[in-house]
Ligand binder design. Structure first.
Ligand SMILES: C[S@@+](CC[C@H](N)C(=O)[O-])C[C@H]1O[C@@H](n2cnc3c(N)ncnc32)[C@H](O)[C@@H]1O
Length: 162
């Protein structure tokens, strides 16, 4: 994504530019950015030829071909990754995101079993040790998004395996 990514509102563009530049942005503004972007997020990203979710889905399938697996989609947003995974035959997907409004959009797509609103890296994820068979995270390793240290929690909730 580059400048002029958000068609919805110029104020979103301003926050997005701060995010991209690495300038410190308060977590509430990150949440606000995505909460207020929901109406055009999917279309904006499509226009920018954002292939991340498609790539994430096919890469997941390559490493984890068993379709019955329990998957955690971290930073699931409006559900673009869930849609890809679902189209590939996965049906047991849980999404986590800080943006409640993005989760509402994802929910309407009917591809997630459960959606959880949480701040990744701050909140202890409401899942048991080794609960998931696999985890996918797409488009979230960005400045001002997940706090350092979040990987420890991801490792806790995904079972060890090949
Ligand atoms: C660029 S979007 C990617 C969404 C989706 N994975 C995709 O590929 O379209 C980044 C997502 O990370 C979420 N996010 C950012 N910081 C977060 C945090 N600390 N905890 C949870 N979600 C966060 C945002 O709400 C947003 O939905």
């Amino acid at each position: 994504m580059t400048t002029n990514s958000t068609s919805a509102d110029p104020s979103l563009e301003k926050v997005w530019n701060q995010v991209e530049s690495g300038e410190k942005v308060h977590v509430e503004n990150i949440k606000g950015l995505y909460d207020n972007w929901t109406s055009s997020y999917d279309e904006d990203l499509r226009k920018h030829r954002y292939y991340g979710p498609s790539y994430a889905g096919s890469t997941f399938a390559e490493h984890c071909p068993e379709k019955g697996v329990h998957i955690l989609d971290i930073g699931s947003g409006t559900g673009l990754v869930g849609e890809q995974l679902h189209a590939l035959g996965y049906t047991d997907i849980v999404g986590v995101d800080i943006s409640r409004k993005s989760l509402d959009v994802a929910d309407k797509k009917g591809v997630y079993k459960r959606l959880v609103c949480a701040e990744v890296g701050k909140d202890k994820l409401p899942f048991g040790n080794n609960e998931f068979d696999g985890l996918v995270c797409c488009g979230c390793m960005l400045p001002n998004h997940f706090r350092p240290g979040c990987l420890r929690e991801w490792v806790r909730v995904v079972r060890p395996g090949n």
